[in-house]
Design a protein around this ligand. Structure first.
Ligand SMILES: [Zn+2]
Length: 162
């Protein structure tokens, strides 16, 4: 959801959409039949996608979540189970560089929250993909079109931040 499924870095965190990829969760080299499988695609930053390469990882949607990882005020990431630990290790999410990056963003968020302006960093993008207009080959979740963020915003059903 507009952030990397592995490192959780948001588009709004001073990055642009071109630094994000549709990652083949099951690597297309090892699973050629999954190359155009919509359910095999996850939203990933370029950095994580390139670090992942052809590795098989635990499902990040099950383990890169609250309760399975925690981020300290220092920017350090703490995996709380083996699956999260494996993702953190393979993608080097506990490197000094990553810790510094998260620490800087934590400080920025503290400042903007103090001034009550977090929406620009934590909110949805102004332009949301309209899935009614986009043609997705082999969409195995057509019911999702009416529940997409674009449609939810139209209905006034989208929270300001996520
Ligand atoms: Zn990432």
């Amino acid at each position: 959801m507009f952030r990397c499924v592995y490192c959780l870095w948001r588009e709004g965190f001073l990055s642009d959409a071109s630094s994000y990829h549709a990652d083949h969760y099951l690597p297309q080299v090892r699973f050629p039949g999954k190359k155009v499988d919509y359910g095999n695609l996850v939203y990933s930053c370029a950095r994580c996608n390139l670090s992942k390469g052809e590795a098989l990882l635990p499902d990040p949607e099950d383990c890169m979540i609250a309760g399975k990882i925690e981020v300290l005020d220092t920017g350090e990431i703490r995996p709380l189970d083996d699956d999260a630990r494996r993702i953190v290790r393979i993608l080097a999410l506990d490197s000094d560089d990553w810790n510094e990056r998260r620490s800087l963003m934590i400080d920025i968020l503290a400042l903007v929250t103090e001034r009550n302006i977090p929406r620009r960093l934590l909110g949805f993008p102004k332009q949301l993909p309209n899935l009614r207009r986009l043609k997705v080959p082999l969409n195995d979740r057509p019911e999702g079109v009416s529940e997409c963020f674009h449609e939810r915003r139209k209905k006034g059903d989208l929270p300001e931040v996520y």
